[in-house]
Design a protein around this ligand. Sequence first.
Ligand SMILES: [Zn+2]
Ligand SMILES: [Zn+2]
Length: 278
Amino acid sequence: MSRVQVLILGSGTPNADADRVSAGVAVAVDVQPYLFDCGHGIVQRVVQAHDAGLIPWDSTDLTRLFITHLHADHSVGLPDLLFTPWIHGRDEKLVACGPPGLARMARHLLLAYEENIREHRAAHPSSEDGYQIDAREIGEGPCYLDERVQVHALHANHGDLAALSYKIITPAGTVVISGDTKPVSAFAAWAHGCDVLIHEVYSAAKFGDRPPAWQHYHARVHTSAAELAALARQVEPRLLLLYHQLFWGQTPDELVAEVQSGYDGQVVSTNDLDLFDL
Ligand SMILES: [Zn+2]
Ligand SMILES: [Zn+2]
């Protein structure tokens, strides 16, 4: 029987936070991690988790990446993910799925680091493939399959930026990751009955204190605690994990209470390095 674990690497947002790096979640089947987003600090969090004995895999096992959208808080760690595990000894290329624009970003990153690549290959023992990226631009539908997982994508609604939610079907159950999105009508049926729903959220209680321009923005591209409660009633996950929380001064317990005022299932407000077994 495979062991499947969800590791919250980064629960943060673009707003700097001493305790939260930006977005990144690993779903690991035994020793193979599947990484969803790579904001800043994600490789560092993998090293921390490994050194703390939380996970049996390490940074050199990071060979599968799924990007929800190309906002920097979900992708700015991509050069770190290309080059640091290579230096640690990764000898496989990184397979990366994501929305249109990902292949161009990958090409430009390799160009930007051309000097580093040239010198590192010449001066150090290093693999030919360990820094390479196989960037696959995807849309809605089944997007990845191997002997451990099936991954499906669904169009999210994050304003003008192409964005995806992901569903990961593993031998031990199904995990759904929202990415950044306003609620989408197709989501509830698509995610229905998943074991773990990992969803972004902002505080509905504090929303009214925000400047009007920001209220307009967040209402258009993100999910409030009240909207998430309504969505969770339809999805009926075994466990709802909050990430990418916009607290705006609420405590984690207060944000959980906001969701639970409209939803009576199990809800956890996650922190970086929280680990959940399926
Ligand atoms: Zn974000
Ligand atoms: Zn975003």
